[in-house]
Every structure is written in C-alpha cells, then in structure tokens.
Design a protein around this ligand. Sequence first.
Ligand code: MG
Length: 340
Amino acid sequence: MIFRFAYRRYQLPFRQPVRTAHGLWAEREGLLLQLENEAGVRTLGEVAPISWFGTETVDEAEEVCRGLGSEVGETTLALVPERCVCLRHALSAALRRSAEPSIEGKKALPVAALLSAGRVAFDQIEPKAEAGFRVFKWKVGVGDPADELAMLDDLLAKLPDGAKLRLDANGAWDRRKAERWLERCADRPVEFIEQPCYAEASQDAARVDDMLLGLANDYPTPIALDESIVSSGDVSRWLDRGWPGVFVIKPVLLGDARATIARLEKAKAHVVFSSALETAVGAKAALRLAFAFGGEPRALGFGVWPLFRDNRFDGPYQAPFIRAQDVLAVNEEVVWNALS
Ligand code: MG
C-alpha cells in the first residue's frame, strides 16, 4: 500500500527544564510524521531522538524525511539508515498501525509517581499517595550519598502501606556506593535500583557491565537497566547475558520496538515501559505496546505529564493509573494540527 507522506518539525519548551546527566534540557525537539492511505485514513508516528543516548539527531532524521518525497510504503523502511532508530520506529509505527494487536478490553496499568531528589521529596509523597499512587520513584545520586542514604528510612516511613519505592541513580555511583545502597535496601520495600553505575566510554563500559551483572547476582534488590539500554542490540546483549533484573524500555528509541519487545516477552523479562519525554503521539504508540505486553505488568514510567508548556502536546494526564481507553482516546490529529 502507498501512503501520502508529510512531516512537521517541532520544538516544544518543557514547563520546567529537565535535569539530565548532560545538563539542563529546556525543550523537546523532534518530528511528527503523517501517513494517509487512499481511503483518506491518516496514521501518525513520532521521531523523538535523544542524541546523547546514541540515537540520530533531529537534523539527520529530517534530512532523511526530506529525501523520501511525498509517498511512502513498506519498502521505504529499507531507505532509512540503520542508525536512524527513532525515524525507523516512527515510520514503522505509522505504516503498521492497522496490524497492531488490539488493546480494546484491556483495563489499566499503574503509573510510578516521580519524586524530586533530596528532602523535597518528603512533601511530595502525601498528595501523590492521596491521589492513589502506590509506586514512587526517587532520584538519588544527586546529593551527598551518605546524606541521601540517611534519608531513605524517613522517606520509606512516609509511604502509604504496601507502597514500593524505586531508586534511580542515573549511573552516578561507583561500585562501593552501589554496594552500600544495595545492602541497605535488602530488607526494605525497594522495588529496584535503577542504573546504579554507568560508563559512557567504551573501554570502561565492558567493566561496568560485568560489575552490574555481579551486583545483580549478589544482592536481593533487583537492579534496573536504563542508560545501559539504548538500542535493540543492547536488549539482545543483556538478554544473552542472562540479565536477572529489570529492563527499562523507552519504545520510541527502539528502531523495531515490536520485535525487541517480543524478544523480552519470550525471555519472560521484567520490563518497565518508560517515557522518553515525547509528545502524546509517541506516547500513545509506546503505551499501546505496554498494554499489549504479555509479561507481568509493572508500574509505567509515564508519570511525566503535564510536561510541555503547551498542554496540547501532553499525553494522558498524570494519574496513578492509565486506562487503555485513555490511550485509545488520545487524538493524534490535534497534536499534528497544533503544529500548523
Ligand atoms: Mg532512569
């Protein structure tokens, strides 16, 4: 089938700049793709690269789009370079929408509430607990590790009964700090520690990978991989190594997200579906995959909205649960038209 093809570039300021390992991130850049079949049915896809995660840049993706012309089809995917993982994701999502598994009849998935680093988190718990959140994610590795460790029990004491805490260190710790935290968390309601250690430089990466595997096998608290998983290849590599912990998956960054997720399903892997701070278009595609996932559902890493200064680009509003019907109700055309 041949589709009429159009794309629009966006540059959307966040309500508040997002702190990352690469400094403050003030606005999201990306592309929306629109495909229209002969019957006039339109499907959308979102290209939301994070170039410091190793994806293509928005400029690169736009350059490829410019070269595709005004019509695309299934064979067009072969014209998109392998390294343009986000464009491949967006194009295949838009091309194959009609072949996607239905999520009609699925109910709701819990969402993890995001807590700021440090003591600020203490005051954020109560309103979120009252709203119904039962999984909380606290940023660590930001302040002094001894201070943060001393805060852990106070923070846990503020959680509602039966709640769980996720810790995200964004790779900030060395082995010794990671061990100290893993020891402390062993008999506490900590669901997992996300990315305790990380190395960007390739010569250190292999050593850190071995270290993460060793830590995951030595301590009872699971470890989640986030920064360590950028591409489909990373997922395969960790599956081959028998990673016993959790995989944090940002579908919009995976070239062929469906195939990668099928591999995780087959391996009965623990998966947390997570936002890459994309608009409602990419989030809808990612959440469809989360609802279709056959494994044990974990709380979604989609507690990010309201995210954009212009709320027409936000996904289902921040709530303790996202219902399948809310995902299906996201109107992608509204997002597309907001860019005209
Ligand atoms: Mg993370």
